[in-house]
Design a binder for this molecule. Structure first.
Ligand SMILES: CC(C)(COP(=O)(O)OP(=O)(O)OC[C@H]1O[C@@H](n2cnc3c(N)ncnc32)[C@H](O)[C@@H]1OP(=O)(O)O)[C@@H](O)C(=O)NCCC(=O)NCCS
Length: 183
């Protein structure tokens, strides 16, 4: 089994936010950021795997601060955890206004990427050499994240099976909706 360091696949993509990336309110579209995050995750994962990779899952992405046209957005990607063919890639997004010399941490998210072989089958990736205490912490968090994701998925499946609409109308009493079913 081969091993690679976290440092060997660390990736940063920096991109200028141009007017065509903006919505009508003049702020950058969330979808543009998601696309850039996916590119950074792909670059980092494929460097680690030494092969083509696909995006399998994206953890919650919260856009807490708007990004303006003219800012420089940097996406820092690194491998936090590896399974057999999957890799958990952490993406940290930083937005910089160069004229005002301000830097903001915009958001952090986690992409699960899977390495593929030439027949499109999942392919084993190198193990991870953990060289700092922070890398050890992130790897252990990765194990926990995987288990939390599995628990969440089971919970959502159970919820979808459990909710029978007409037997749960009492839950809507304090909500801002009207039930007005069409015949
Ligand atoms: C995800 C995919 C690779 C799974 O293939 P599979 O033949 O079912 O393979 P496996 O069940 O062995 O899963 C492979 C790995 O993916 C992981 N995986 C599968 N589904 C997952 C999910 N929903 N979330 C996180 N990880 C997942 C498995 O845990 C496994 O990891 P491991 O090898 O580290 O243990 C396959 O379904 C696929 O190619 N999906 C399309 C991906 C794609 O096109 N993405 C771009 C979207 S536009």
């Amino acid at each position: 089994m081969s091993f690679k360091t976290v440092a060997a696949s660390k990736t940063t993509i920096t991109e200028l936010m141009i007017p065509s990336y903006a919505n009508f309110g003049g702020k950058i579209h969330g979808g543009i950021l998601l696309s850039l995050m996916d590119k950074a995750a792909f670059a980092c994962a494929s460097k680690h795997a030494g092969s083509y990779c696909v995006t399998v899952s994206v953890d919650t992405v919260d856009f807490m601060q708007p990004i303006e046209v003219g800012e420089l957005v940097s996406l820092h990607a690194s491998v936090h955890y590896v399974g057999k063919s999957s890799m958990l890639i952490g993406i940290h997004v930083v937005s910089e206004n160069v004229t005002e010399s301000t830097v903001r941490n915009t958001n952090t998210s986690f992409f699960t990427m899977v390495a593929k072989d030439k027949s499109d089958k999942p392919k084993e990736v190198p193990g991870l050499i953990l060289e700092t205490e922070d890398e050890v912490k992130r790897f252990i968090e990765g194990i926990e994240r995987k288990s939390m994701r599995e628990t969440y998925k089971k919970g959502i499946k159970a919820l979808r099976e459990k909710v029978v609409p007409m037997q749960n109308l009492d839950k809507l009493e304090a909500e801002r909706c009207q039930v007005n079913l069409k015949k």
